[in-house]
Design a protein around this ligand. Structure first.
Ligand SMILES: NC(=O)c1ccc[n+]([C@@H]2O[C@H](COP(=O)([O-])OP(=O)(O)OC[C@H]3O[C@@H](n4cnc5c(N)ncnc54)[C@H](OP(=O)(O)O)[C@@H]3O)[C@@H](O)[C@H]2O)c1
Length: 324
């Protein structure tokens, strides 16, 4: 039996996930804040309960993680970790021996499936066919002529983390060429990795440009007017990373002028876009409500991911999805 430790959890999970978490933490002391979180997009308030914890699970505020004297392992309930991705936090965490993990593994599968669905929908002209149906239209010759195969096409991935790696696996049977940009390639990539200098030339070849960048100091407005202008008129842009990484007015202008063929946005800035925002009805623009990472088993998967990492922590093994 492992030693009993204090585990701070700021998130209120739905019933089934809460029961699994309670069973998994039976041997430990669970510390709850006065105000619980329901989602994973906002940080929780600072709360004295974390000061007694060795482990935290949820969206604890960064200053509280550093202030808690015994804290050694924190697991976030999100794939993104913008709040913690800055040199001061990293340095302080390193000094106190705090490991921070994301839940990228939980979100990689649904996000990759979502992207695959969008890429296939583009190739098979599904949005056009749905629109035709609403209009009682039957444009067989035109839709057949517009549909294309993925084989031989070029997919450019911005950010090559958990989602992009899983998408690469899902795309394997389609025999596309994949080019990817990452901040610090690991060396085990199975696709062609690009330097930032090589990106412009890759953009000019892209049939599908997939943005899976996180939000951080280096990615704000990364896909700007200059980079969008490199794309071919037949290219489609997909963003499921963060809205701030894509220049919205520049995207809107590119869609309206026909400089690109279409865009699929699962994330926007702000979320949701205001009702009068021009992207809502820009030609070829399809918006989903930040749901690419969602699935009906999301919360149970988050709890299982945490409990598996907790077991690794207890055995002194390397943690999964460690980001700091
Ligand atoms: N739409 C949704 O429902 C949904 C769901 C899950 C995730 N997301 C978003 O998707 C993002 C990616 O998720 P993931 O699980 O794939 O994360 P991940 O495994 O952390 O991968 C992100 C990759 O992007 C790299 N990167 C960071 N800054 C970069 C830059 N300036 N240029 C090139 N590469 C850069 C990172 O490098 P380092 O390792 O060096 O930082 C990392 O390899 C998340 O951060 C989140 O914002 C959205």
């Amino acid at each position: 039996m492992s030693e009993r430790v204090g585990i701070f959890c700021d998130t209120e999970f739905p019933r089934e996930a809460a029961a699994e978490l309670a069973a998994g933490l039976r041997a430990h002391r669970v510390l709850r804040p006065a105000v619980a979180l329901r989602g994973n997009l906002a940080a929780s308030q600072s709360d004295p309960a974390i000061l007694e914890a060795e482990i935290a699970f949820g969206q604890p505020d960064p200053a509280s993680l550093l202030a808690a004297p015994r804290l050694r392992f924190a697991q976030l309930t999100s794939a993104g970790y913008t709040r913690y991705d800055e040199p001061r936090f990293r340095g302080a965490a390193r000094s106190k021996g705090l490991a921070l993990c994301s839940s990228s593994t939980v979100y990689a599968e649904p996000c990759a499936e979502h992207l695959l669905a969008l890429i296939l929908a583009t190739a098979r002209r599904l949005p056009d066919c749905c629109e035709d149906q609403h209009q009682r239209g039957w444009h067989a010759a035109e839709r057949r002529r517009q549909a294309f195969l993925l084989r031989g096409q070029t997919v450019v991935l911005l950010g090559y983390g958990a989602i992009a790696r899983r998408l690469t696996e899902l795309l394997a049977p389609f025999e596309v060429q994949i080019l990817a940009l990452d901040r610090a390639p690991r060396g085990d990539e199975t696709v062609t990795m690009l330097s930032e200098e090589e990106l412009d030339a890759a953009l000019a070849r892209a049939d599908h440009l997939v943005d899976v960048l996180p939000e951080n100091a280096t990615t704000a407005g990364f896909l700007d007017a200059r980079r969008l202008a490199k794309l071919q008129p037949s290219a489609t842009v997909y963003n499921i990373g963060r809205g701030t990484t894509l220049d919205h007015p520049a995207l809107c202008a590119a869609l309206r002028s026909g400089a690109i063929a279409g865009a699929y946005l699962d994330v926007t800035d702000p979320e949701p876009l205001p009702p009068g925002h021009p992207l809502w009805d820009a030609p070829g623009c399809h918006i989903t409500p930040h749901m690419a990472g969602g699935r009906n088993t999301e919360h149970v998967a988050l709890v299982r991911h945490f409990l598996a990492n907790l077991a690794r922590y207890e055995r002194g093994e390397p943690l999964r999805d460690r980001v700091v």
